[in-house]
Design a protein around this ligand. Structure first.
Ligand SMILES: [Zn+2]
Length: 754
């Protein structure tokens, strides 16, 4: 059976289904991918809309093989949408199988902690992408017993909030015992007022219902079960009563009744639950936050990041039981808490030591994953908001570094990635990494800033390549090199920084060519030269720097054009604006063309140029189809027109423009399809409108914008494809968002068992 995807890709599905359920069947599609084909009538318009949003905004690639995430819609030969493509998940058990006590599986406590961490990794990435898992129960979590990796199985139960369209695709179910108390209460209230409502009313109760906090409630239950012999935390009875006298209730009833077994005055009904003080204080405190503080303030519940860090610390203090090699416990204990629990329970399972050969047969090994190629490159980044610290994640161990204050003057927005300098000269990069433009040695995109190289003083991001000048004047380049735009003498993409030039004072890129000024004022150019944009009088691409002219003080590489300011203030232009102007100006000129005099700064968009003159006035010329010149019209101008006064900085994006006036006000105009102007709308603006105050730096990219305010805060807005806003999600933002405040710890690369 042949089916077709959204972008016309054909998939050949195996003739027989490999699995089936109430809603549809699963077919093998091709290597590592399967197709879910719905039964007639199941695929409603609402479900299609939901799937489309999920396809458009997937979580980080690092977990895409661990979630039943829709990757592409499929259409049958009549053009009818019939289902979707997803990763084939590598699982051989359900999580619930290891919650049985006495256990029949030879999985150690150490391995259970690893499994808990792997659950944290997946749910963290789901949350970072802006989603809620909803029905977070063990039947929806698959386990690979050989690797310890987990997979989230259910595609349909994701609770998806679309902030752009302001609508929610609901999760309508939740397994008993995993729903948070505030959710149960809200649903009960609704049912009390609406007697005809369905029993749990998850589908009808007014929003919000499921939240990241309700997910965090279920997450804490899973971690409790993994550490506590599979028992629920809500199996508590009053301390003074005997086991036969009282019942904690089961499922939702136990949660409603608040039978948390370690709350004051309560004890676990089952003797098989280890004591809470057998665990590190950090772990005990997180359970208290999850089930006591979190009961009345759900925000108190630990996040997946909190748990992952605490569990990582716990691993360091583990010792193995001398009696049963599956038992590991905190070294502070004199006796094994799991043996103690077994003894109390009166079980005989632990009396017979497990054969070590049995362990060997199921020995865990790290899953086959592509390791980062460059050991020295650390994925940076922040996490703990109150502590204001940054966490740097290496290949193995996280290391704490202090929160980096953003440098007040250096940011650069590329087409699908973003660059910023921290105050200590550390270059941070995030967004798409399709060509290696992040420079971290991989092709994995990053939804958060990651640190690349140090001692950087200037940067520029092109369409798919990145340039940085270090404090010794060395120029480093990485990313796309199809046209030689890296200048390293090759046409090969680079995933890590390579040194390409020395004695460099300034660098500029936007499309696929690069301009640089050396300390002696000489202009050099290399890369794509299809329209003569290098200014060397030819149309030949160059893969190493070519000397162009002397006495240059400012440069701006456009998409397929270059603007250069001489020491005398002349603004010269070569390349093309890609259009024949209304006034008849020609295209594709490669000879120097003088645009105007008295210029002190220049910025180039895709097909327009913005210049500031010595009196602070701002001038514009070029294409104006979406108002990017800011003169109130959509008329093209081959010679400059004046836009506004008192401008101290300007940045031309692809089809929008940002400017800062002397009073620190940020102004915007041009295309606003993705909210790149930051005024809270998607309406194009043809004249400057005020966006925010106190701005000291701005950079406009293809369809997103970065800015820094005088308090050192880094802001981003607009299109968030590939995570180029850096806030840990891929949701676009029509308003400026504080990047550092919204950053989350990226730990997909810790998603392995030790
Ligand atoms: Zn033991």
């Amino acid at each position: 059976m042949m089916v077709t995807g959204i972008n016309g890709i054909s998939y050949r599905l195996d003739p027989t289904a490999v699995g089936s359920g109430g809603e549809g069947d699963i077919y093998h599609a091709f290597i590592t991918k399967v197709a879910k084909v719905y039964k007639p009538g199941v695929l409603t318009q609402e479900l299609k809309d939901k799937l489309e949003i999920m396809i458009e905004n997937p979580p980080n690639e690092s977990v895409l093989s661990q979630v039943a995430w829709p990757l592409d819609m499929i259409f049958d030969d009549k053009g009818q949408c019939s289902g979707f493509i997803m990763s084939e998940l590598s699982i051989n058990a359900e999580l619930g199988e290891i919650y049985k006590y006495p256990s029949t599986l030879p999985i150690s406590v150490h391995q259970k902690i690893n499994i808990a961490q792997n659950i944290c990794v997946v749910i963290s990435e789901v949350h970072k992408a802006g989603y809620i898992f909803g029905d977070f129960n063990p039947r929806n979590i698959g386990l690979n017993k050989d690797t310890g990796l987990v997979s989230f199985l259910d595609t349909d139960t994701y609770h998806v909030v679309d902030p752009v369209r302001d609508c929610t695709y609901r999760c309508n179910v939740c397994a008993p015992g995993y729903a948070a108390p505030e959710l149960l209460e809200k649903c009960s209230d609704y049912v009390a007022e609406n007697p005809t409502a369905s029993r749990n009313a998850y589908a009808q109760t007014p929003l919000p219902t499921f939240t990241q906090e309700t997910d965090n409630f279920a997450l804490a239950i899973h971690i409790f079960k993994l550490l506590m012999n599979g028992y629920t935390p809500f199996g508590g009875i009053i301390e003074t009563s005997s086991v036969s006298q009282s019942s904690p209730g089961i499922g939702d009833a136990a949660v409603r009744r608040d039978s948390y077994c370690f709350k004051p005055g309560y004890k676990p009904q089952s003797a098989a639950i280890p004591t809470l003080n057998a665990f590190p204080q950090e772990i005990a405190d997180l359970f208290t936050r999850a089930f006591i503080a979190g009961r009345h303030d759900p925000k108190q519940r630990p996040s997946a990041v909190d748990w992952h860090l605490a569990l990582n610390n716990y691993l360091d203090s583990l010792v193995t039981c001398s009696h049963n090699p599956l038992h590991q416990y905190d070294s502070k204990n004199d006796t094994c808490p799991y043996c103690d629990a077994d003894r109390r329970f009166g079980a005989v399972v632990s009396e017979k030591p497990v054969e070590s050969s049995a362990l060997k047969q199921t020995a865990y090994s790290p899953p086959p994953r592509t390791a980062p190629k460059q050991k020295t490159v650390l994925a940076a980044v922040q996490a703990i908001k109150n502590a204001q610290t940054l966490i740097a994640i290496g290949e193995q161990e996280p290391t704490i570094v202090y929160r980096k204050e953003m440098r007040s003057d250096i940011i650069s927005a590329g087409s699908e990635h973003s660059i910023a300098l921290a105050a200590d000269g550390c270059l941070l990069a995030w967004g798409s990494n399709k060509y290696g433009q992040l420079g971290d040695g991989t092709f994995n995109r990053s939804l958060n800033p990651i640190s690349i190289i140090e001692n950087v003083v200037a940067v520029s991001a092109g369409a798919g390549h990145t340039l940085a000048i270090t404090n010794d004047g060395d120029l480093w380049a990485w990313g796309n090199n199809e046209f030689g735009q890296l200048g390293d003498g090759t046409f090969e993409d680079r995933q890590s920084p390579v040194k390409v030039f020395i004695g460099v004072a300034a660098v500029s890129a936007r499309g696929a060519h690069t301009l640089a000024i050396t300390n002696d004022g000489i202009l050099w150019a290399w890369g794509n030269n299809e329209f003569g944009q290098l200014g060397d009088g030819t149309f030949e691409d160059r893969n190493s720097p070519v000397k162009i002219m002397d006495n240059v003080k400012a440069i701006a590489a456009g998409n397929v054009d270059s603007s250069v300011v001489t020491n005398d203030g002349e603004l010269l232009f070569w390349g093309t604006y890609g259009t024949t102007f209304d006034d008849g100006a020609s295209v594709g000129q490669q000879d120097d063309m003088k645009i105007m005099d008295d210029v002190i700064a220049v910025s180039s968009g895709s097909y327009h140029t913005m210049a500031i003159t010595s009196d602070g006035s701002l001038w514009a010329c070029g294409w104006n189809g979406d108002g990017q010149l800011g003169d109130g019209s959509t008329e093209e101008h081959s010679s400059p027109v004046k836009i506004m006064d008192n401008v101290i900085e300007v940045s031309a994006g692809d089809i929008h423009t940002m400017a800062i006036t002397a009073d620190g006000v940020l102004w915007a105009w041009g295309l606003n399809k993705y909210g790149q102007l930051g005024d809270g709308t998607k309406t194009n603006r043809y004249s400057p409108i005020k966006i925010m105050d106190g701005v000291v730096a701005v950079s406009a990219g293809q369809d997103h914008t970065l800015a820094i305010t005088d308090d050192g805060v880094l802001w981003s807005w607009g299109n968030n494809k590939a995570g180029k806003l850096g806030d840990g999600s891929t949701w676009k933002s029509l308003n400026p968002i504080d990047v550092m405040e919204n950053m989350m710890l990226p730990f997909g690369n810790l998603n392995i068992l030790i």
